[in-house]
Design a protein around this ligand. Structure first.
Ligand code: UDP
Length: 239
């Protein structure tokens, strides 16, 4: 399986990659490295939409497990994604990349609300658009937010840059014999509950025929390699 020609991409970064080597929060030096990778991809002529998770700061499920109201905790998680978006905006603009942050929870002192037509215009002008606050509703994840924005912005692929180098048949952190797929179908991911993205995100990508590419963003140069169809990755699409 290979990818279609990619002109516009949605890059989803897990919040945890912003921690760099830390256990929590944002490592500005590592965010600066990530920004360089995004700039290099943009300099090839790609239009880039970015979605960043919030797991490095707060996850609603973790709050709920400690007795918090789930919806309240999820709103905190969404606010964490806005902080990450602002950190990435800062890093990108420091290296000369024009950006706009659009948040699904309106906060006009720091960013724009999500307005699709305005986002289109930003992309036309060569800006990177960073979508924050997921879908703007609790009980969802930023993966669902990424799939939603990829669909409405008509992205050619959703690239999920995370800490693992693809999709495995079982958890590679617990099973040393876990096997990585080079390619796998949406239906197999859903039927076998493979850990790629949550089911609603995978189904949205399937229904809109958006290929998902899972790769490790921790290794330098990997984003460029993946976009060139090289390197280690898993492609999720129909066979
Ligand atoms: N979240 C939410 N709705 C959304 C997106 C995110 O409620 O549409 C909350 C949820 O609590 C989630 C947290 O924000 O745990 C951080 O996002 P996520 O866990 O997806 O971040 P990642 O794992 O990508 O770092």
């Amino acid at each position: 399986m290979s990818l279609p020609t990619i002109k516009r991409v949605l890059l989803k970064l897990s919040g945890e990659v912003l921690m760099g080597g830390q256990q929590f929060g944002i490592d500005p030096a590592f965010v600066a490295e990530l920004a360089k990778e995004v700039k290099a991809a943009k300099d090839t002529g790609l239009e880039i939409c970015l979605v960043i998770g919030g797991g490095n700061i707060f996850r609603g499920m973790a709050g709920a497990a400690q007795g918090m109201d789930r919806a309240q905790a999820d709103y905190m998680g969404m606010l964490a994604t806005v902080m990450n978006a602002l950190a990435m905006q800062n890093a990108l603009e420091q290296i000369g990349v024009q950006t706009r942050v659009q948040s699904a929870i309106e906060m006009d002192k720091v960013c724009e609300p999500v307005i699709r037509r305005r986002a289109e215009r930003h992309l036309e002008k060569g800006r990177v658009v960073i979508f924050a606050a997921g879908v703007g509703a609790p009980y969802f994840t930023t993966d669902s937010g990424a799939a939603l924005r990829a669909a409405e912005m008509k992205c050619d692929a959703l690239l999920k840059g995370t800490s693992v180098d693809g999709v495995y048949d079982s958890d590679p952190k617990h099973n040393p014999d876990a096997v990585r797929f080079d390619a796998v179908t949406y239906d197999r991911v859903l039927a076998d509950n493979l850990k790629v993205m949550d089911a609603s995100a995978v189904a949205l990508c399937r229904d809109n025929q958006i290929p998902i590419v899972v790769f490790s963003i921790r290794e330098k140069g990997n984003l460029a390699r993946v976009l060139a169809g090289e390197g280690v990755q898993t492609i999720v699409q129909d066979s």
